[in-house]
Design a protein around this ligand. Structure first.
Ligand code: FAD
Length: 466
C-alpha cells in the first residue's frame, strides 16, 4: 500500500538522538514524524547498549562486592544465578523505558512510522515496511540513524562469535570467553561474564586498556583485572577458527610469535561504524567523511540545508549524552532559535569496577599538543572514605593551565567515578581554577574530596588527606 504524509520535521532513527529531537521539535510547536525500523523505540542505548549493560553490570557488581567483603570478615555462600530471571529483569527494565517513550510520543502528538527509511530527495523520504511504502514530505529532516558494531573480516559466521548485542542477549554463559578489544564495551562485558563464572581473556592491539584515557589513570583498574583475566596488550588477532568443539583464536603478541588460545565464545568489541549507507545520502548531496560519518556544522546542519544529523552517525564520541544534546540543538535551530552545539567537553565513563571517567584534555593529548599544564593527582589509598569503603583502588587527577590557570582536563579512576566526574565537567564549563576547586568546601569523608585534594596537590600544600 502507498501512503503519503507531510510534516514540518521528519526524524530518521529513534535512539536517544532521534527521540529527543522529535520530542523537542514537537514541544516547540512543529509537526513531527519519528521513523524507526525496529518495533521498539530507544535505539541501541535502550535496547542493546547503555541500559541492558548497566542492568547486568549492577548484578555483576553485587556478586563481586559480596566476594570482596570477605576482607571485612563477612562471607557469603557462592551466589546462585538464575539466568532466565536475570534476563527477564534486564528485559523488564528495557520494557519500562521503551513503553515510557511510547507514552511520551503519544502525549506530544508525534507520528510514528515503523519501517526502513531512505531519502528520495532533499524534501522527502520513503519509508518501507513489507509491502507498505509511505512517502514523507518534510520541511526539514534530522538523521539519527546511529551506528553498528565493526565486524572483523576474517571472523567466521558462527553463533559463538558475538558482537555486543549477542553478548547482552545473555543466552548462555560460556566457560571461556575471549574478548577482542580492551575498550569500554569489551571491559564492561568482561566484568558481567566474569561475575557469572566465565574465564576471561582480553586481547588489545594498543599498549593499554581503554586507549583514549590516560594510561596512569587506567592503571589501578588494569592491576586489579590482571589478577582475574588473561590480558594481552600490544597484541593482534590474526585468525579465528570456529571448530566443532571449541574456537581457536590465533594472535601475535609483542614478541611477534604467533600463539593461539582456545575458547568457547569470542566477543568482537573493536569499535562501531556509522549507519550512513543505504540512506540515499550521496545522491542528494549530503557530505560524508572518509569513515562514513555525516559532516555537520555547529547547528547540526549537513551540506544539504534542509537536512540535519546528530548522534553516533556524525562521529566520535559515540555516546548517548552527546546524541541527546545535539538533538536539542538540531530541533531548536529548525524552530528558529539561535543555538549551537559547542560544549567545552563531553565526559566519557567506563562502568567497570573501579570505574574510569575522564573529561577535557587528557594528559597524553596535552603532551601531544605541546600544552603547558600543571597537574595534581591524588591516590585513593590516602582517602579515608575510599579505605573505609574498601575502595582504595583509584586516583583522581586534574590538569590546569600553567601558573594558576583554569582547569583543562580531569580523570578519575575509582568507585562512582562516573558520578564524580561531573564536578570536573562543571568546573571546566565555569572556568574554575585550582584554588576555586580546592577551596570549595567538600564534605568529609567523601570520595568527592579526592578531586579537591588533587587540585590542592597542584601547589603541593596538601599533607593530611586522611
Ligand atoms: P542509536 O541509538 O544507534 O539509534 C539509531 C536508531 O536508528 C536505531 O534504533 C536504528 O534501528 C534506527 N535506524 C537506523 N537506520 C535506519 C533507517 N534507515 N530507517 C529507520 N530506522 C533506522 N553510551 C553512553 O553514553 N553510555 C553508555 O553507558 C553506553 N553504553 C553502551 C553499551 C553498549 C554495549 C553499546 C553498544 C553502546 C553503548 N553506548 C553508551 C553508546 C550509545 O548506545 C550510543 O552512543 C547511542 O545509542 C547513540 O544514539 P543515536 O540516537 O545516535 O543512535
Amino acid at each position: 500500500m502507498a501512503n503519503t504524509l507531510s510534516v514540518d520535521v521528519a526524524v530518521l532513527g529513534a535512539g536517544p538522538g532521534g527521540y529527543t529531537a522529535a520530542f523537542r521539535a514537537a514541544d516547540l510547536g512543529l509537526s513531527v514524524c519519528l521513523i524507526e525500523r525496529q518495533q521498539l523505540l530507544g535505539g541501541v542505548c535502550l535496547n542493546v547498549g547503555c541500559i541492558p549493560s548497566k542492568t547486568l553490570l549492577h548484578a555483576a557488581s553485587i556478586i563481586e562486592e559480596a566476594r570482596e567483603i570477605k576482607d571485612f570478615g563477612i562471607t557469603f555462600a557462592e551466589p546462585q544465578v538464575d539466568l532466565a530471571a536475570l534476563r527477564a529483569k534486564k528485559e523488564s527494565v528495557i520494557g519500562q523505558l521503551t513503553k515510557g517513550l511510547d507514552g511520551l510520543c503519544t502525549a506530544r502528538g508525534v507520528t510514528r512510522l515503523t519501517g526502513n527509511g531512505h531519502f528520495v530527495d532533499s524534501s522527502s523520504l520513503s519509508v518501507v515496511s513489507g509491502e507498505d511504502e509511505t512517502t514523507v514530505s518534510f520541511g526539514q529532516a534530522i538523521i539519527a540513524t546511529g551506528s553498528q558494531p565493526v565486524r572483523l573480516p576474517f571472523a567466521p559466521d558462527d553463533p559463538r562469535i558475538w558482537d555486543s548485542t549477542a553478548a547482552l542477549a545473555l543466552d548462555a554463559v560460556p566457560n571461556r570467553l575471549l574478548i577482542i578489544g580492551g575498550g569500554i564495551i569489551g571491559l564492561e562485558m568482561a566484568q558481567i561474564y566474569h561475575a557469572l563464572g566465565t574465564e576471561i581473556t582480553i586481547i588489545e592491539m594498543l599498549d593499554q586498556l581503554i586507549p583514549p584515557a590516560d594510561k596512569d589513570l587506567v592503571q589501578p583498574l588494569f592491576l586489579k583485572l590482571k589478577k582475574r583475566y588473561r590480558i594481552h596488550t600490544k597484541t593482534s588477532v590474526t585468525a579465528i577458527e570456529a571448530n566443532k568443539g571449541e574456537i581457536s583464536v590465533r594472535w601475535n603478541g609483542e614478541d611477534e610469535k604467533e600463539q593461539s588460545t582456545a575458547c568457547d565464545a569470542v566477543l568482537v568489541a573493536v569499535g562501531r561504524r556509522p549507519n550512513s549507507g543505504d540512506l540515499g545520502l550521496e545522491q542528494i548531496g549530503v557530505t560524508l567523511s572518509e569513515r562514513g560519518f555525516i559532516t555537520v556544522n555547529e547547528q547540526m546542519q549537513t551540506s544539504v540545508p534542509t537536512i540535519y544529523a546528530i548522534g553516533d552517525v556524525v562521529g566520535e564520541p559515540m555516546l548517548a549524552h552527546k546524541a541527546t544534546h545535539q538533538a536539542k540543538v538540531a530541533a531548536e535551530v529548525i524552530a528558529g532559535r539561535n543555538v549551537a552545539f559547542s560544549p567545552l567537553t563531553i565526559p566519557s565513563v567506563a562502568y567497570t569496577s573501579p570505574e574510569v571517567a575522564w573529561m577535557g584534555v587528557t594528559e597524553k593529548q596535552a603532551k601531544e599538543e605541546g600544552l603547558d599544564y600543571d597537574k595534581g593527582k591524588f591516590s585513593w589509598g590516602a582517602s579515608g572514605r575510599a579505605l573505609s569503603a574498601g575502595a582504595a583502588t583509584g586516583a583522581s587527577k586534574v590538569l590546569f593551565e600553567t601558573g594558576g590557570g583554569r582547569i583543562i582536563g580531569a580523570g578519575i579512576c575509582g568507585a562512582n567515578a562516573g558520578e564524580l566526574i561531573h564536578e570536573a565537567v562543571l568546573a571546566l564549563e565555569m572556568g574554575a581554577d585550582a584554588e576555586d576547586i580546592s577551596k570549595t568546601v567538600h564534605a568529609h569523608p567523601t570520595l568527592a574530596e579526592t578531586f579537591a585534594f588533587a587540585a590542592e596537590m597542584v601547589d603541593g600544600s596538601i599533607t593530611d588527606a586522611l
